[in-house]
Design a protein around this ligand. Sequence first.
Ligand SMILES: [Fe+2]
Ligand SMILES: [Fe+2]
Length: 255
Amino acid sequence: MMDPVRTRGGVTFFDRMLAPVHRWIWRDDQRRVQKLLCFGETETDGGRDILRASEVTSDPLLRRLYLEHAIDEFRHGVLFRRRAAALLSTFPSCSNPGFQGDWLAPGGHGLDDLQVDGESDHSMLAFLHLSEKAAASRFSVYRDVMHHDLPTRAIFEEILHDETFHMNYTLTQLARVAPHHHHRHLWSARLSRLWKGYLRLATGLAGMIGSIMLTVQYFILLPLFAWLAKRAERREIPGWTRVSPEHNQSLDRQY
Ligand SMILES: [Fe+2]
Ligand SMILES: [Fe+2]
């Protein structure tokens, strides 16, 4: 089935459009290390979930494929972490990596959204297929924008090969376990991913707007209150002051 957002080279139009943003994000060494560590974590977590999927499925072929898939994801996690460690060892000192753009350019997989228990084989395969497809698309762009760091580029190239295999086997298996309804399962999984993508974008935008509002309050409202407090302080009579008799009754109640 042709994906409406897919264009050339297996890369979605959206990812291709964001290539300059990805280039900018990955250009910074500190940011690159943070992204690689984050990807390593996502891949390992995804591998753990797929390992769980291999335990809960009753289909022997899927169990074997999930197991191989999980091993691949664990290996991807190790590759990302090792590369991050190698880059980190070349830095004189750590500093704040700043903007990561995770909500705009999230980790390669969508596997962090995976809920294994209670999923049927077909819904799991549909979810995995779309996640792997998204990963293949993003890793393809990351590889293309990584000309300044050839070892990292080689890692994306290697992982991309696995993700393409994962993308293909999940679709083949989905057509096997749900021969008449696999298109419907794919659309259902696609809508679910779209909703989660919207929530991620909305959360990111809300965080950014919140930061702007708090900064504006800090630099505009707080100085105003500080000025009013200082003005009130100047009007205060220094030292002890006599309390008027009507305000100086005996304390027979709490307030
Ligand atoms: Fe992976
Ligand atoms: Fe994968």
